[in-house]
Design a protein. Sequence first.
Length: 281
Amino acid sequence: MKFTQLTTALGAEGVSTSLSDTLSSTDLASVEDALNKYLVICIRNLNLNAETLLSLSENFGEIGETPYLETISESPGVVRVVREANDKGPLFGDGWHSDWSFQVCPPSYTLLYAVETPPYGGDTIFSNQFCVFETLPKAYQQFLSGLTGIHSARRSYSSSGTFGKGSPTQSMTIHSSDDALDTQLHPLVRVHPVTGRKALFINPIYTIGIDGFLESDSAPMLSTLFHRSTQSANTCRVRWTKGTLVIWDNRCTLHTAVNDYSGYRREMYRITIAGERPIST
């Protein structure tokens, strides 16, 4: 499969009508090489269902745990990310984040497949966190490399969180839990286990502080880094069409869903691949 690069920062797009749920070792190596190079790959014109997507995902590793969300009973690990045309509640995936960074071992990859898309809108924007870290002043890189971030799901999935409050029109079944109040420590700068590159590993949704710092001290520091993390020069934007599969590396990217398709239905299948515990060296 040949990929066409989307932007200087990251992202590549390919077309395949024959991608099956069982990849040969050569095909798998080709896709993984593309992910290591482009961080986000977009494959068009596929015809998958939940079962075949699950089988395809298993080529990339063990299926990750999915807290707070219901998965399809016949295809464990697959989540229907759906928003009905009349849904006025908060948008799942809105806000810059790395999937489930509050877990002990956050996901390596996420696979998202478009089942139904609006005629326009509903794009996903991605940001390269290698670039963000590598363009920081050297002294700041060294300073951040010695720090640890505090991650938690509380802002989204606690009883008082975005999805814990509920909405009468909410299309997805999302379960709030006191577990969302738990915290997990990860290095602010993590080393990619394959490429060895260093990436900033924080996000505005799940990173709630810096270990050892008062909130009043860590909040402005994180705010400055979040701003740098999402600058347009570090991003690419994927437009969804039916049959599109996007795979991205959560260890070195952030992403956000764009909420601009009110009045239209959108349905996706989502799977995360279990990752490793982030390390700083």
